[in-house]
Design a protein around this ligand. Structure first.
Ligand code: SG4
Ligand code: ZN
Length: 268
C-alpha cells in the first residue's frame, strides 16, 4: 500500500508495482548540468507572504520517510488573502499556495540531496510544496500536470550554522520515532529558512513527486546557492528513527532519466 515504501535500492525498484506513475517518463529527481540547461529570460519567483509568520500552531511529523511540517488550514476571511504564502512568476502556470515543507538528508555529509547539481550531491535538500490555487486540495492537484510547484533548497555543511533551521532543529527530539507528531509552541517565516540564498538564480523543469505515488504534476524550481547547516544540526536529523527502528537517513530517491525534457536556467 501507499505508505510502505522504503529507500533501499530493491525497495525503490518495487515502487512502480503499486504506483505505476513511478515508472513514467518525466520523473524526479534528476541530475542537472549547467552546460546542458537552456538559459532564458524569465521572471524571478515571486514569493508572496514569505516574510509572514506561518499559521499557528504548526505540526511537525516524523512520517517514517521524512520530517514534514504541515500548514494548518486558516480562515482567509479572518487573516486576509495574502497571509498564507504563495508563489508565482518563473515559468509557473498560475499561483501556487503553500502546503508544507520537508527534508531529504544523508547518513554521510557527501550525500542527502535528491537533485544533483553539476555532480554535487548536497548534505540536505528542503522541499517547499505548493498547490495550484485552481485546485481545492493537494490530492486533486496531483491529478493534473500543472497541479503543484516545489521549491528546492540545498544545504552545505558549514561551521557557521544558518539562523533558519534553529526552530525546527530544537523540536526534532520530540519526533524521534516514526509516526510521532509535535505541535510547535513557536512559529517562524519561510524567509528565515532561506535567508541569504540568491533566489534570482534557479533551474526549473517539469517532473514528479519523488515519493510514491510519483505523480507527474510538479513544476520544480531549484536554487543552487546553498544554505549552511552545522554538523550539530545535521546530526539531529540523523538521530531520527524510521518505521523499522533504523536510522532515518538516506531518504533520497535514485536519479531518474531526463529523457527529452528541457531544463531552463535563470542566471540572475
Ligand atoms: C514526503 O514524503 C512528504 O512527507 C510528503 O508530504 C510529500 O508529498 C512527498 O515527500 C513528496 O514530495 O517534494 N519530495 S516531494 O516530491 O507533498 C507531498 C506530504 O505527504 C504531496 C504532506
Ligand atoms: Zn521532497
Amino acid at each position: 500500500s501507499s505508505h510502505v515504501f522504503g529507500y533501499s535500492e530493491p525497495n525503490q525498484r518495487r515502487w512502480a508495482r503499486h504506483h505505476g506513475h513511478c515508472a513514467g517518463k518525466t520523473q524526479s529527481p534528476i541530475a542537472i548540468t549547467t552546460s546542458r540547461t537552456m538559459a532564458i529570460h524569465m521572471p524571478a519567483v515571486d514569493m508572496i507572504g514569505y516574510h509572514n509568520l506561518l499559521p499557528y500552531p504548526l505540526k511537525m511529523l516524523n512520517n517514517g520517510h521524512t520530517v514534514s511540517i504541515s500548514i494548518p488550514k486558516v480562515n482567509v476571511s479572518e487573516v486576509g488573502e495574502d497571509f498564507l504564502p504563495y508563489i508565482r512568476g518563473a515559468k509557473l502556470p498560475g499561483e501556487f499556495e503553500l502546503e508544507g515543507l520537508h527534508f531529504h538528508w544523508g547518513d554521510k555529509n557527501n550525500r542527502g540531496s535528491e537533485h544533483v547539481i553539476n555532480d554535487i550531491r548536497y548534505t540536505m535538500e528542503m522541499h517547499i510544496v505548493h498547490r495550484n490555487k485552481k485546485y481545492a486540495t493537494i490530492g486533486e492537484a496531483l491529478n493534473h500536470p500543472d497541479g503543484a510547484a516545489v521549491l528546492g533548497f540545498f544545504f552545505n555543511l558549514d561551521e557557521d550554522e544558518g539562523p533558519g533551521l534553529v526552530t525546527i532543529n530544537r523540536h526534532l527530539h520530540l519526533i524521534a520515532d516514526a509516526n510521532q507528531e509535535a505541535t510547535l509552541n513557536v512559529t517562524f517565516s519561510l524567509s528565515s529558512l532561506i535567508s541569504g540564498v540568491d533566489v534570482d538564480k534557479f533551474y526549473t523543469y517539469k517532473g514528479s513527486l519523488t515519493t510514491p505515488p510519483c505523480s507527474e504534476a510538479v513544476t520544480w524550481i531549484l536554487f543552487p546557492d546553498p544554505i549552511p547547516i552545522s554538523p550539530k544540526q545535521i546530526s539531529r536529523f540523523r538521530q531520527l528513527s524510521d518505521t523499522q527502528d533504523g536510522a532515518l537517513v538516506d531518504n533520497f530517491r535514485a536519479l531518474q532519466p531526463v529523457g527529452n525534457r528541457r531544463i531552463f536556467a535563470r542566471t540572475g
